[in-house]
Write a protein that binds this ligand. Structure first.
Ligand SMILES: Nc1ncnc2c1ncn2[C@@H]1O[C@H](COP(=O)(O)OP(=O)(O)OP(=O)(O)O)[C@@H](O)[C@H]1O
Ligand SMILES: CC(C)(CO)[C@@H](O)C(=O)[O-]
Ligand code: BAL
Length: 285
């Protein structure tokens, strides 16, 4: 039995033609940018998009410019046929699946330069990452001209970077963040979870547990720095190589020392064997 798949288009021109036919009918358009290997977290972005728009375009593009030469670009999972089926199941209307030459034609020479929420955290470990993300997201937004675009809170710094970029460049799009979908034991769904060995998979939920414990302590009045230090110890004791675990202002991502300074987000990145995991939680007021 053949499954239903969403229609893939591979060129900007085909994408624009399809979007234009929806636009003349007055239909609102949502873009869900992804790198494929779709899972339930991506499908939640499509579901959330359908609350705001009649039409949903999922882009599937493993963007080389956001990977450093030492990172996992070549082994990043690529599962196009299954992705097209999952996108259809979630209710998407079209998949935009450009190749590298379509996105970066010969002579491509433009990169978006960032500061504000792009400073620190991921940037300390992936210095060129957000320039690559921002540039490709800007291109996708210009190509699809959606009314809204959905981004997961799982990549919380990315969500703030893209929100800031869209505001700063007067892009006529609303950026919407979607809460992180988790496995029952708390591990955030991620395409990279397939890299985890069974033993590592058992340890991985420690990240969420450590962040959640720190968030509860801070909400209960504990000192922010002390709670963060305890969470760091928990993560290290579980066998992770900690990249960062920090308390930041939830919107600007500037360092923050007390809840009186604004809403707090706790963010972590840590390496477990060959797999780098990220996660974050809000600190309820
Ligand atoms: N568990 C999740 N819950 C909500 N959104 C998610 C989740 N996982 C990914 N997303 C969002 O889906 C979009 C596409 O992400 P991407 O294709 O990189 O998947 P990923 O699972 O985050 O992969 P990776 O392991 O490479 O980070 C991003 O906006 C991302 O934040
Ligand atoms: C937003 C994105 C699709 C840009 O390549 C990517 O960074 C991702 O999947 O989160
Ligand atoms: N979801 C973020 C994409 C990346 O890590 O490159």
């Amino acid at each position: 039995m053949s499954s239903t798949t969403v229609r893939p288009v591979h060129t900007v021109q085909e994408l624009r033609e399809q979007v234009a036919t929806w636009r003349v009918r007055g239909e609102r358009i949502a873009l869900v940018p992804t790198m494929g290997a779709l899972h339930a977290g991506h499908m939640a972005l499509v579901t959330a998009a359908l609350a705001h728009a009649e039409r949903v375009v999922v882009s599937i593009f493993v963007n080389p410019t956001q990977f450093a030469p030492t990172e996992d670009l070549s082994r990043y999972p690529r599962t196009l046929q299954a992705d097209l089926e999952k996108a259809a199941m979630a209710g998407a209307d079209l998949a935009f699946v450009p190749d590298v030459a379509e996105m970066y034609p010969a002579g491509f020479a433009t990169t978006i330069s960032l500061s504000g929420p792009a400073l620190g955290l991921e940037t300390d470990f992936r210095p060129t990452h957000f320039a690559g993300v921002a540039t490709v997201v800007a291109k996708l937004l210009i190509q699809a001209e959606p009314d809204i675009a959905m981004f997961g809170e799982k990549d919380y710094q990315q969500l703030q970077v893209v929100t800031r970029m869209a505001r700063d460049l007067d892009m006529p799009v609303r950026i919407i963040g979607v809460p992180t979908l988790r496995d029952p034991d708390g591990l955030a769904l991620s395409s990279r979870n397939i890299y985890l060995s069974p033993q590592e998979r058992n340890v991985a939920p420690v990240l969420y547990r450590a962040l959640s414990a720190a968030a509860s302590e801070i909400t209960g009045g504990a000192d922010v720095a002390a709670s963060v230090a305890r969470a760091r110890q928990t993560v290290i004791a579980a066998g992770f190589e900690l990249h960062y675990l920090d308390a930041r202002h939830a919107e600007t991502l500037a360092p923050i020392a007390t809840p009186a300074e604004g809403p707090i987000r706790l963010l972590v990145a840590a390496q477990l064997g060959a797999t780098r995991l990220i996660d974050n939680v809000a600190v309820p007021a």
